[in-house]
Design a binder for this molecule. Structure first.
Ligand SMILES: NC(=O)c1ccc[n+]([C@@H]2O[C@H](COP(=O)([O-])OP(=O)(O)OC[C@H]3O[C@@H](n4cnc5c(N)ncnc54)[C@H](O)[C@@H]3O)[C@@H](O)[C@H]2O)c1
Length: 371
C-alpha cells in the first residue's frame, strides 16, 4: 500500500503521524511510505532519518495526498487540506467530529474513509489510541494550570503547593479517566489539595485506591460542583462520552461564584468543551477571560511536547497501521472489531452513532458498509 505522511499544519503542532522506526515497520511489510518535506523536524526526526529506512520525501502536501491510499496524520484535516483528500482515501488520524460540523460535512462530501484514533476501543473498555495523548494532556493540564495561576499570567496569584503556614491551591478535576488521573497525580505531586469528580462510581472506587493522600474523590453532581467552585483556584475539565459532544458541567452563571483570576483548563475542548464558556484556543494565544475567570482551552495540548508525544502516539497507532496496510481497511475492520469502532464516516456515510446524534444527521449501520 502507498502510505502518505503529511506535515501537520495546526497552530504550533509539531507532532508527526509516524516515527522513522514505524515507517521502517511498514516498509518491511512491503509498503511504500512518502513523508512531506521536514514533517518530522519538530519531533526530532530529519528527512534523512526517514530516507535511511527507505521512505521517500515529497516537497508539497498535494504530492503526498495524490500519491497515498492511506494518510497517517495526528490532528484532524483543516480546511486547506479538505480539497487534497481523494474519494475513498483512508485517513487514519484524530478527528473529534462532534466538535466540528464543518469538518463533518467536509469529510462526508469528499467521501473519504475516516478512521478516528479516539473511538478505537479495546477489550477493557478503554480507548487505547487516545490514552497516550490523554496521559500527556493530563500532565500538561496541571503544569499549564500552575503557570496561569501566577499573577503575571493574569491568574489569581496562588502557588500550587503549600509553604509554611499557608494553604495549598485548591484544584478541582471534572472527570477521573486518563486525563483526570494524570492531572491529579501532577497537581498532587506539586502539593495542591485535589478533588476529582466523576459520575462513574466504579471509577471513583478505583481512583480512591491509588491516589495519594492529598487527592479526594467525589461522585459528580451539579450541586457538589457548584458548591466547590466558590473555593476552587484551578478547575480542569476532563470528561468524555466517546464520540459525543462533551457534557457541559459548568455554565456561565456559575462563574460569578468563583474567585476572580481563578483558572479553568478545558482539556475536553476537542469534544466541544465541558464548560459553557469554552472556545478553542491555540498554543500561540492559549487563554482568554470570561467574567474575570481565566480560560485555557488548547485543542492540541500534546503538540507542545512533540518529542514525547510523537513516540507515545506512534507506539499506540502502528500495530493497526500495519494491519490496515496489510489487509486493506475493509478486511482489517472485519477482522478487528475494536478497530472498526474507529470508523466514523465512510464514503459519505456517518457510521458512528454519537457523531450522527451530535448534528442530528442520518446514521448508517456499519454492517451495511462492511458487507
Ligand atoms: N485538549 C487536548 O489536547 C486533549 C488531548 C488528549 C485528550 N483530550 C480530551 O480529554 C478528554 C478526556 O479524555 P480521557 O482520555 O481522560 O477520557 P476517559 O474516557 O479516560 O475519561 C473520561 C471520564 O469522564 C467521566 N465522565 C463522563 N461524563 C461525565 C459527567 N457528566 N460527569 C462526570 N464525569 C463524567 C467518565 O466516567 C470517565 O471517567 C477527551 O475529550 C479527550 O479527547 C484532549
Amino acid at each position: 500500500m502507498k502510505i502518505g505522511i503529511p506535515k501537520e499544519i495546526k497552530n504550533n503542532e509539531y507532532r508527526i503521524g509516524i516515527t522513522p522506526n514505524a515507517a521502517q515497520r511498514l516498509i518491511s511489510n512491503g509498503h511504500e511510505v512518502c513523508v512531506e518535506n521536514n514533517a518530522g523536524v519538530g519531533s526530532g526526526f530529519s528527512n534523512h532519518d526517514f530516507l535511511k529506512v527507505g521512505a521517500t520525501i515529497a516537497s508539497y502536501p498535494k504530492q503526498v495526498y495524490q500519491y497515498a491510499e492511506m494518510i497517517i496524520k495526528v490532528k484532524e484535516p483543516l480546511p486547506e487540506e479538505f480539497e487534497l483528500i481523494k474519494e475513498g482515501q483512508l485517513i487514519y488520524t484524530f478527528f473529534h467530529f462532534a466538535s466540528s460540523l464543518s469538518l463533518t460535512k467536509a469529510m462526508i462530501d469528499c467521501k473519504a474513509v475516516c478512521l478516528a484514533y479516539e473511538t478505537i476501543t479495546d477489550d477493557h473498555g478503554g480507548l487505547p489510541l487516545l490514552t497516550p495523548m490523554s496521559e500527556v494532556a493530563g500532565r500538561l493540564a496541571s503544569q499549564q494550570g500552575a503557570k496561569f495561576l501566577e499573577s503575571p499570567q493574569g491568574g489569581l496569584g496562588v502557588l500550587m503547593g503549600s509553604v509554611s503556614g499557608v494553604s495549598p491551591a485548591d484544584v478541582m478535576i471534572l472527570g477521573g479517566g486518563v486525563v483526570g488521573t494524570q492531572a491529579a497525580l501532577v497537581a498532587a505531586g506539586m502539593g495542591a489539595d485535589v478533588t476529582i469528580y466523576d459520575n462513574n462510581p466504579n471509577q471513583i472506587e478505583e481512583l480512591q485506591a491509588i491516589m495519594p493522600k492529598n487527592v479526594t474523590t467525589c461522585l459528580s453532581s451539579s450541586d457538589a460542583i457548584e458548591k466547590h467552585l466558590t473555593k476552587a483556584h484551578l478547575v480542569i475539565g476532563a470528561v468524555l462520552v466517546p464520540g459525543a459532544k462533551a457534557p457541559k458541567l459548568i455554565n456561565r452563571k456559575q462563574l460569578c461564584v468563583m474567585q476572580k483570576g481563578a483558572v479553568l483548563v478545558d482539556v475536553a475542548v476537542d469534544q466541544g468543551g465541558c464548560f459553557e464558556t469554552t472556545k478553542a484556543t491555540t498554543h500561540e494565544n492559549p487563554t482568554y477571560f470570561v467574567d474575570d475567570i481565566l480560560h485555557y482551552a488548547v485543542a492540541n495540548m500534546p503538540g507542545a511536547v512533540p518529542q514525547t508525544s510523537t513516540k507515545a502516539l506512534t507506539n499506540a497507532t502502528i500495530d493497526y497501521a500495519v494491519k490496515l496496510a496489510n489487509l486493506g481497511w475493509q478486511n482489517a475492520c472485519k477482522q478487528f472489531p475494536h478497530l472498526a469502532n474507529g470508523l466514523n464516516i465512510v464514503n459519505g456515510h456517518i457510521v458512528n452513532h454519537s457523531v450522527a446524534d451530535a448534528f442530528s444527521m442520518s446514521f448508517t449501520p456499519l454492517e451495511n458498509i462492511l458487507k
